[in-house]
Design a protein around this ligand. Structure first.
Ligand code: NAP
Length: 688
């Protein structure tokens, strides 16, 4: 895929050229020009409005599952051979090796697929999420409230760092898109051509709803001035840029949502018990090599500080010297190269400068590695550099990020010291601990957790399966406290929820049922349509209900159930012992007997639309059931979820087992799969 030179921007529904001076964007390894980027000349106010008006209404018109389907399609598209290979080819220009590009490109597509799959399992097939149970305020139950999450009517502006132009964009796009927020992406200039190529491929393929993704390949200009409280700025970059943005007058005055994923001096801690010769020692060494060389160390999560018991510093230094001997630095396109270039000569200068500053409290033990067959005046190559602290507590080691292949080996004296040193980073994205001893690991993790967004314990048992120190996962929060910015870009549905507006909606249960689409207790029910198990998903409505006749539970039933199942717990068998129980005061029925009788009371036995029962949610046994009690069941359709194209959907039934005194014996949601009408949503046609 040839990058377009100069890079155009995709705003207001079209690709447009910017104007003003063009900045050349250079290949990190060869110094050749890859593309140019215009300074400005774009109508960014119109782009924000277009995102809100066109992209926002498109997304808000779709259910969560429909949005998930789009994400899945884009993920698959980006992984298709032609598209992926063309992005890989261009990615070499950023200095990335093929395995670096795998993290950026396949990793980015993987984020979309993960979000798509989680959204279909964890979000309703609707446009609103109910957050927590209904709160009732009136004694007679007539006035209540629920918290509802709805899509904001704004945009998410992404200000992205240069190091992962594809993954960095998609990790923010996925949760925002699911939440119904269109994205306006401003990539970092150094690698903007790769973000440009990915967006071009996605939009040319017609996969994105109109206005849901816009791309600005130019300076951000007055972009932030056009935002308000419906919008989010999702920033990834350095702490110093974030500092400037946090005080941006417009953002603060209009309460624009702001998240920041910043630099971070992440620590890896070798436990005292992880002596040389243990698997944990070897895994620690391996991880430092991998974190220092992947993306030439330009990873926000990379290990910057290797914390090692004082007594083991010499051993670790020796092992690192040996392990780094295999690293080959060179043009990422060349065979045998294991580490590519930094993104630019400027970036290399700033890393070299940072290393010089770090030397105030450390000395290099490695830094003259194997750089092969390249012109280091044109390509931003730098050998991996490992420093050894001469003063473990010197502030510079814990505050200065050298954003390149650089890590410092720092000795610690006991666990408290290790935790103190890690905390001196003022808040980091991730810490990893290499430790087999569970009590030692627990002590370390409990001390480290407050200062980190993610902690990882590595021992021999996860040697093959660990995803590694530096890998943010879409299922888990990615971000960290303090200096790391406090942001949480990833985190599965937590992240989606954080992009939505939480509103307390007050009213009658009936009104709340109508608004949320989910049955709220106290809302009217409808038994007039007959047994609801006879209704297809299309005929069934929330609130359709069934009340069973009563059944008396006898002592013989209880004894039979005990012997039949083997559950001979004394409370079901021994009157004397049961009478001493402060809870039962005599023999009681098994909870599972009550559930089994309930199933017998509410089931409609014939073949029909209910295809299967796949579980129970939120089960509570509220009142014990004693011999002689007469129980009946009230079953009400609580929630319907259409599953696209499968011919059936999920139905949750609010279920209560009630005794002769009106007390609730058991309360739970029965989960079933219910067929569509013949011919609808992929259901088989009716047989003639
Ligand atoms: P940067 O210089 O802070 O820039 C980040 C982005 O912000 C760029 O797109 C930049 O665009 C934009 N920007 C700067 N000033 C702006 C303004 N006034 N208004 C709007 N946008 C503005 O960071 P970088 O050098 O690209 O990235 C390296 C840093 O990112 C490292 O410190 C690394 O630790 C951090 N990082 C953190 C994470 C994380 O998840 N925590 C991930 C990756 C990287 P312009 O250059 O056009 O101004």
């Amino acid at each position: 895929m040839d990058p377009i030179r100069p890079l155009s921007s995709f705003i207001n529904g079209a690709w447009v050229e910017g104007s003003g001076p063009q900045t050349p964007l250079l290949d990190a390894a060869t110094g050749e020009q890859v593309a140019t980027m215009a300074a400005g000349g774009l109508d960014l106010a119109a782009a924000v409005q277009y995102g809100r008006d066109v992209g926002g209404s498109e997304l808000r018109g779709m259910t969560f599952h429909e949005r998930a389907t789009v994400l899945r399609n884009i993920g698959k598209f980006l992984l298709s051979d032609d598209v992926k290979e063309s992005l890989y080819e261009l990615s070499f220009a950023t200095g990335a090796t093929r395995s670096d590009s795998w993290i950026d490109i396949d990793g980015g597509a993987g984020v979309l697929l993960t979000y798509a799959s989680k959204a279909r399992k964890e979000l309703p097939n609707g446009k609103l999420v109910i957050d927590g149970p209904m709160e009732v305020f009136a004694k007679d139950g007539s006035f209540a409230a629920v918290h509802a999450l709805t899509s904001r009517h704004g945009v998410e502006v992404q200000l992205n760092a240069y190091n992962f132009p594809v993954w960095g964009m998609l990790e923010k796009l996925a949760p925002a898109f699911l939440a119904g927020l269109p994205s306006i992406v401003k990539p970092a200039p150094q690698t903007a051509y790769l973000a440009h190529a990915a967006v071009k491929a996605m939009t040319d393929a017609g996969l994105m709803p109109d206005g849901s993704l816009q791309l600005i390949c130019a300076e951000p200009g007055d972009l932030l001035d056009h935002l308000d409280g419906q919008d989010t700025v999702a920033f990834t970059g350095s702490a110093s840029t974030a500092q400037r943005l946090r005080t941006h007058a417009g953002l603060a005055q209009k309460s624009v949502h702001f998240t920041a994923e910043l630099d971070s001096l992440n620590a890896a801690v070798l436990a005292e018990s992880a002596k040389p010769g243990t698997a944990e020692f070897d895994l620690f060494i391996k991880e430092i090599v991998s974190e220092t060389t992947t993306k030439a160390g330009q990873k926000c999560t990379a290990i910057r500080r290797a914390l090692v018991p004082d007594a083991l510093v010499d051993d670790v230094a020796e092992a690192l010297r040996t392990a780094f001997a295999d690293v080959v630095v060179g043009d990422p396109r060349a065979d045998g190269v294991t580490m590519g270039a930094l993104v630019s000569l400027d970036q290399r200068s700033s890393v070299v400068e940072a290393v010089e500053a770090l030397k105030a409290a450390s000395e290099p033990i490695l830094g003259d590695g194997n750089i092969v067959d390249v012109d280091t005046n044109r390509g931003a190559f730098l050998a991996p550099t490992i420093l050894r602290a001469t003063d473990s507590h010197a502030a510079v080691l814990h505050s200065l990020e050298a954003f390149g292949p650089v890590a410092t080996l720092i000795g610690y004296d006991g666990h408290d010291d290790a935790i103190k040193l890690a905390a001196a980073g003022q808040g980091s994205l991730v810490a990893s601990v290499y430790c087999r001893d569970r009590s030692e690991a627990t002590a370390l993790i409990l001390g480290l957790a407050a200062h980190h967004g993610r902690v990882l314990v590595v021992d021999e048992s996860v040697a093959k399966t660990s995803t590694g120190h530096g890998s943010p996962l879409p299922h888990l929060t990615h971000g960290g406290p303090g200096r790391a910015g406090g942001g949480q870009e990833l985190g599965g549905m937590r992240s989606v929820r954080s992009h939505m507006q939480r509103t307390a909606v007050q009213g009658s249960p009936a009104m709340l049922t109508a608004i949320t689409g989910e049955y709220m207790p106290g809302s009217p029910t409808n038994e007039a349509k007959g047994h609801p198990f006879k209704l297809t998903l299309d005929d069934l409505e929330v609130g359709d209900s069934f009340t069973s006749p009563p059944r008396t539970v006898t002592r013989e039933d209880i004894s039979h159930f005990a012997e039949f199942t083997g559950d001979t717990f004394y409370a079901h068998m021994d009157e004397e012992a049961a009478s001493r129980s402060p809870i039962f005061g005599g023999i009681v029925a098994h909870g599972y007997l009550v559930l089994s009788f309930a199933a017998g009371l509410f089931v409609w036995p014939d073949e029909g639309p209910v295809l299967a029962n796949y579980g129970i949610d939120k089960l509570r046994f509220a009142t014990p059931t004693s011999p002689g009690d007469a129980i009946h069941v009230v079953l009400t359709c609580k929630r319907k979820t259409q599953l696209d194209g499968r011919g059936y959907g999920e139905v949750a039934w609010a279920t209560q087992v009630i005794n002769q005194n009106g007390k609730v014996a058991a309360d739970y949601d029965v989960l079933t799969m219910v067929a569509n009408r013949p011919g609808i949503n992929g259901a088989p046609e009716a047989q003639a």
